[in-house]
Design a protein around this ligand. Sequence first.
Ligand code: NAD
Length: 243
Amino acid sequence: MSKTAIITGSGRGIGAAIAKKLAKNGFNIVINELSEQAGEQTAEECRALGVKAGVYAWDVSDYSQCEEMVKKIKDEFGTIDVLVNNAGITRDGLLLRMSEENYDDVIRINQKSVFNMTKFVGAVMLRQKSGSIVNLASVAGLYGNPGQMNYSASKGAVISMTKTSAKELGSRGIRVNAVAPGFISTPMTDKLTDEQKNAIMGQIAMKRYGTAEEVANVVAFLCGEESSYVTGQVIEISGGLSM
Ligand code: NAD
C-alpha cells in the first residue's frame, strides 16, 4: 500500500511545493486548505505525477474539525505516514500597535494548529508504530524579528513543540523535526515593502531569497527514510542569514 502525506495549507506557496515534491517521491497526498477551490490546482498537479491526491477543506486551528478530518482521512487512505504542519499566517505590526485580535489569530493558526494536528495524527501513527512529522517554524522563532511579536512567539513555540513531541513519540518509531526558513519568495513575503526587503537582503550571505522548492527538498528529506535517525531537530533554510 502506498504511503500517505497530509500537508496543511498546501494550496499555494511552500505547502504546494512540498505536496508536489512528496508526490514525486510516491506519496499519496492530502491537501488541506480553507476552501476546496484553494487546493484544487495543487491536487491536479500531484495527480499528474501518478499518485492519489485529494483536497480536504477545514480550518486547522479548529480542534474538533481536525479530529473529524483526521478520522475521515484515515478511513479513506488507510494510513497516515507523514504530516507536514505548514499552514500559517502573518499579521505584522510593531508591538505597541499590535491589536489583541492580530496576536490571538497568529497564535491560534500557527501554534494551536500544530497541537491539534500532532495530537490526532500522532494517535494514528502510534497505532502504526511509525511516522514522520515536519513542522514549519521560521528564523523569526529562533532569533526574534521586529514587527513580529505574534509570529515569532508562535514559531518559537513550534520549535519547542517539535522537541517535546519528538521526546514523547520517539520510542514508538515516530520522528518529529522542524525547518526554519528565512526569506522565501511566496505570497506571504510578497507583502513586504521594498525597504523591508532591502534590509533583509543585506543580512543574507547568499544575497538572494530562497524558493519554495528549496524548502520542499529539505522537508522531503526529513519525511523520508534517508533521515531515519534524525528527530527533534530544527534545520535552518536561510541562505546563511544567521552565522
Ligand atoms: P502562504 O501564505 O503562501 O501559504 C499559507 C497557506 O496556508 C495559504 O494557502 C492559506 O490559505 C493556508 N492557511 C492559512 N490559514 C489556514 C488555516 N487556518 N487552515 C488551513 N489552511 C490555512 O505562506 P508560505 O510562505 O507558503 O508559508 C508556509 C509556511 O512556511 C508558514 O507556516 C510560514 O509561517 C512558514 N514560513 C514561510 C516563510 C517565507 O519566507 N515565506 C519563512 C519562514 C516560515
